[in-house]
Design a protein around this ligand. Structure first.
Ligand code: ZN
Length: 492
């Protein structure tokens, strides 16, 4: 997970009304207090107006305020207040070797407190960021792996073909989970953010092909081509995290959902993209994985846009590049899987101070279309670490998510059973009408949006076979419900 700088523009406020120009993003950041806490969330994030649909994952926050686990009465008030805003705490479980058992006991106690409050227990696995690192801190390597002197190769790389490493990590996790099982803690979901080996980057290819033992274990084309090695490593990564994390989690908590940062299954027909917009290779191992939550990355990173673009041009690129990260994922999900993207309006890593930041109103529009293209919840990467950035971003990010949930939770039948109606998008360099929708047998929930246009357009849509409707698509977006009869209802 990218843990570095995030910046902010304060863009709280309601979506512009029909036909009104989108608001300027050039407002200065508000003067927020330093730090974030539960009272700040209560003050700045709206309560949900409608019940959360059963299939909707409660909102998770990568950085969390401090809950009062030592004070049960106060904790209950805090949990209730955030739950009314659709937010549930995570239970951090440190999974490195050698962690003080008291830390594990503390995690179990916190999980019990959350469960006793009637909330779903969501465990976030911390650490364990290198499957190949031994208990003594050394990396697993074959004895015949030569030292490489090339100064351009960074990092300290293992022999990725030594798969025993995965089992050792799985067994460690089984030991940690046993404490939760013994304490009879109901676990709703377990979340992973594993970004370590095996992967093809930063010199791993050169390291691997230089090792005689690894060469014997790999197909010839994988040794001879970086592109083949890259695909092989992506597939091996899926296999590794499944063996090390997915399987022990499924064994301990058979009904829990299991998510992994960036897991976005790809196929030939419906390719998916990583955080940089690079197409992901198809990984056969994804077909049988125990991971049941795909987590595509929806991060407004200024490095995704050209620094010379105007705000409006940059917003258009952001919208397309971020929405594109989900449009094919849902096609590749098994029936038992769902999509809960990691979302953030502003992730400034590495820092690109001169590129326009995604406007708040455009971010909110993007979240709407993520929902209408199969999203089932949001994991908010809402951090604002000082000293570089104001803290207000923390509340802004949650307020955007809360507002969009309030809009769409009014139509739970679509969120529960609606089929995605449209995957098409303009290219990042184009303007045009965007529409997204969820369809039921007799009605459809549709959002139109004239991306990059100054005036409203009209779009012709066929939400049902033989039923064509013409919908207005204003620059600030509009939501409709269309009946099978062709009747159109505008949603406020
Ligand atoms: Zn080796």
């Amino acid at each position: 997970m990218l843990r570095l700088g995030i910046a902010v523009l304060s863009m709280l406020g309601s979506q512009p009304a029909f036909g009104v120009e989108p608001p300027s993003p050039a407002e200065p950041p508000a003067a927020w207090e330093q730090g974030y806490d539960i009272s700040g969330i209560i003050a700045n994030v709206p309560e949900l107006k409608h019940p959360r649909p059963d299939s909707w994952q409660p909102t998770l926050c990568w950085e969390e305020p401090a809950y009062s686990y030592a004070d049960p009465a106060k904790l209950k008030i805090e949990l209730d207040a955030l739950w009314r805003r659709g937010i549930v705490p995570r239970i951090g479980l440190p999974a490195d070797f050698g962690v003080d058992p008291k830390q594990i006991d503390q995690a179990v106690a916190q999980a019990k407190a959350v469960a006793d409050a009637g909330l779903p227990v969501n465990i976030q696995i911390w650490g364990a960021m290198d499957l190949y690192r031994l208990e003594d801190g050394k990396l697993l390597r074959h004895p015949d792996m030569p030292e490489l002197k090339n100064p351009t190769l960074v990092g300290d790389w293992p022999c990725v073909t030594i798969k025993d490493a995965w089992k050792r990590r799985a067994d460690h996790l089984r030991g940690l989970y046993k404490k939760f099982v013994d304490a009879k803690v109901p676990v709703a979901a377990v979340w992973f953010d594993y970004e370590g080996s095996p992967n093809p980057w930063g010199g791993q290819f050169e390291r691997t092909v230089a090792c005689p033992s690894c060469r014997k274990l790999l197909p010839a084309d994988v040794i001879n081509s970086f592109e083949a090695f890259k695909s092989y490593m992506y597939n091996m990564n899926m296999e590794a995290i499944d063996e090390a994390f997915g399987k022990p989690t499924r064994e301990a908590f058979p009904k829990a959902r299991i998510g992994q940062f960036g897991f976005s299954p790809a196929s030939q027909e419906y390719p998916t993209f990583d955080v940089n917009g690079v197409q992901l290779p198809y990984c056969p191992k994804q077909e049988t994985t125990d991971f049941t939550v795909s987590m595509p990355i929806i991060y407004g990173m200024p490095r995704l846009v050209d620094a010379n673009l105007s705000q409006a041009e940059a917003d258009r690129v952001y919208f397309v590049v971020l929405t594109r990260n989900v449009i094919n994922t849902h096609h590749n999900l098994r029936p038992d899987q769902r999509m809960v993207p990691f979302v953030a309006r502003w992730v400034d890593v590495p820092a690109t101070p001169h590129a326009p930041v995604m406007s708040g109103w455009m971010y909110r529009e993007c979240l709407r279309h993520v929902i209408l293209r199969g999203g089932k919840g949001f994991y908010c990467f809402c951090i604002a670490p000082p000293p570089s950035l104001p803290w207000g971003n923390y509340y802004d990010e949650l307020a955007h998510v809360g507002a969009v949930c309030n809009e769409f939770f009014a139509y739970p039948e679509f969120l529960e059973k609606g089929k995605v109606l449209n995957d098409s998008l303009p290219a990042p360099t184009e303007t045009g009408v965007v529409w997204s929708g969820l369809g039921l047998p007799d009605k459809a929930l549709i959002r139109t949006f004239a991306l990059g246009r100054d005036t409203a357009e009209v779009v012709q849509i066929m939400p049902f076979p033989g039923v064509t409707v013409r919908l207005l698509a204003p620059p600030s977006g509009q939501t409709f419900i269309v009946d099978r009869s062709g009747a159109i209802h505008t949603v406020d």
